[in-house]
Design a protein around this ligand. Structure first.
Ligand code: COA
Length: 445
């Protein structure tokens, strides 16, 4: 069998934009640099009143299928990854399939549909399911549609409010893919954690500081596990490192720890030794505190070296450019990071065929997964086909009071009736409630 991977991607952003430095920070009495420098975020995307996880996911999938010339019969599987589902029984994929059947001839009656839940890592898990389904030969020549869609809203006044976002990523998983081939090897870091959860509630309960620590711990575990099966993770082997990006500052914290890990016992560690010494080894210390202090000192010094900074600028920074402009998309975030990185390579005109990505996904609760991807010969045409820059530029700019209204309009506990900010055009829109409490949708020409 040929390789299996991501054949094409489409990204659909919520149509409203909240500027964090200009609009949100002053209203909160914060220094704008907390957002731009500390968290690394400039703006968040929000859904207009008629947008939700179904419309955004369906719009992304619609464009992907049209662009690739696909009909419903070409799709054998539709999996939706989300942590914003509004129905405990009927999966979001059925709503999205219903939308797509409004605009395509044929139907998805013979496609297996499901919904995946494990916080932000569920999109990657859905790709796994599709990969396994194809590798097992159960796909009958058909491709899988994986859609990661979320409205990442926090309760007003919660610290997480700074990192909100809304959008969807649709991905076609197929044999002989155009964009990236997935490695069979994977590493996992998984433990029962209480850092972020939504026990029968719309907005999350979050222990933000703890969630940062859990992210780092599980990611490290996943890297060690990947190394045990995937082999050498020397920095020169990977052109890009897309990580789950709840906010770019999180990735900045993770990147230096990852670099320290993957350079240990390499010529890079030896070459840096003149400048900052060798990495501390546990066996050289009498007690844990002294060891941890030495590790922290080494890590701080490492971030200041030009060797580390140029690796970061080349491998990590390009993966963060879209996230800075849209905020957290939960299940879609790591897939937005992959696109950001590949887009940067395309914009630089780099011949990237055959180069590899080390992809790190994470979901609170908590689980990290690491695998490798190889860039395929047709990658460039897939990236050039994206219209995300135009889409981002056309977002409606919210004032703070409009932001409050939009937040309320998406809050299940608030009764509001605000006007839409943008007219729906050539897209799916929420169309009211059905007789059994289902949400209804229509395609607006
Ligand atoms: N200039 C530069 N940096 C500034 C700053 C300023 N004026 N003010 C604050 N900062 C920095 C802080 O030092 C901090 O960076 P550091 O962690 O590297 O020290 C960063 O900006 C955030 O500031 P902080 O005071 O920690 O923000 P917060 O208390 O509002 O919480 C989160 C931040 C991430 C914990 C919060 O947004 C959250 O709970 N988010 C949701 C959960 C999440 O995304 N978790 C990630 C793992 S999935």
């Amino acid at each position: 069998m040929t390789g299996v991977g991501i054949d094409g991607i489409e990204i659909h952003t919520g149509k409203l934009r909240l500027d964090l430095a200009e609009t949100f920070a002053p209203a909160k009495g914060d220094d704008p640099e907390k957002y731009t420098k500390g968290l690394g975020l400039y703006a968040s995307s929000f859904p207009d009143t008629y947008e939700d996880i179904v419309t955004m996911g369906a719009n992304a999938a619609h464009r992907l299928m049209e662009r690739k010339g696909l009909t419903p019969e070409d799709i054998g599987r539709i999996d939706v990854a989300t942590e914003s589902a509004f129905d405990h029984s009927k999966p979001v994929s059925t709503y999205i399939a219903g939308c797509l059947e409004q605009v395509f001839d044929g139907d998805f009656h013979h496609a297996n549909k499901g919904e995946r839940k494990f916080a932000c890592v569920a999109g990657t898990q859905s790709i796994d399911d599709a990969y396994n389904w194809i590798k097992a030969g159960r796909n009958r020549g058909r491709a899988a549609l994986v859609i990661a869609t979320d409205t990442a809203l926090y309760a007003r006044g919660d610290a997480g409010e700074a990192t909100q976002g809304a959008g969807a990523v649709a991905m076609l998983i197929d044999e002989d893919p155009n964009l990236v081939e997935l490695s069979t090897e994977q590493g996992y870091g998984s433990a029962d954690e209480t850092d972020f959860l939504k026990p029968n509630q719309q907005f999350p309960s979050v222990d933000g500081k703890r969630s940062v620590q859990v992210y780092l711990a599980r990611m490290r575990e996943a890297l060690v596990d990947y190394q045990s099966i995937g082999g050498d993770v020397h920095p020169d082997r990977f052109r890009l490192g897309p990580f789950h990006t709840p906010f770019p500052g999180m990735v900045r914290k993770a990147a230096v720890l990852a670099y320290r890990h993957i350079t240990r016992d390499t010529e890079i560690e030896a070459e840096l030794a003149d400048e900052i010494g060798r990495q501390p080894r546990h066996a050289e210390f009498d007690d844990d505190d002294a060891f941890l202090e030495a590790v922290q000192e080494y890590t701080d010094a490492l971030t200041e070296t030009s060797r580390y900074q140029s690796w970061y600028a080349r491998t990590i920074d390009p993966t963060l450019s879209l996230s800075r402009r849209v905020g957290n998309w939960y299940t879609g975030s790591v897939h937005v990071a992959r696109v950001s990185g590949l887009k940067a390579l395309a914009e630089e005109g780099e011949d990237a065929v055959g180069k590899r990505l080390l992809v790190g996904s994470y979901g609170s609760g908590a689980q990290a997964e690491i695998h490798a991807e190889t860039i395929q010969p047709e990658w460039r045409s897939e990236i050039d086909a994206l219209n995300i820059d135009d889409h981002l530029a056309s977002r409606y700019e919210l004032s703070f009071s409009e932001y409050e209204d939009v937040h309320d309009s998406h809050n299940y506990d608030e009764e509001t009736s605000i006007e839409e900010f943008t007219p729906p055009e050539s897209e799916f829109a929420f169309d009211g409630w059905g007789r059994m409490g289902e949400r209804k949708y229509r395609y607006v020409e």
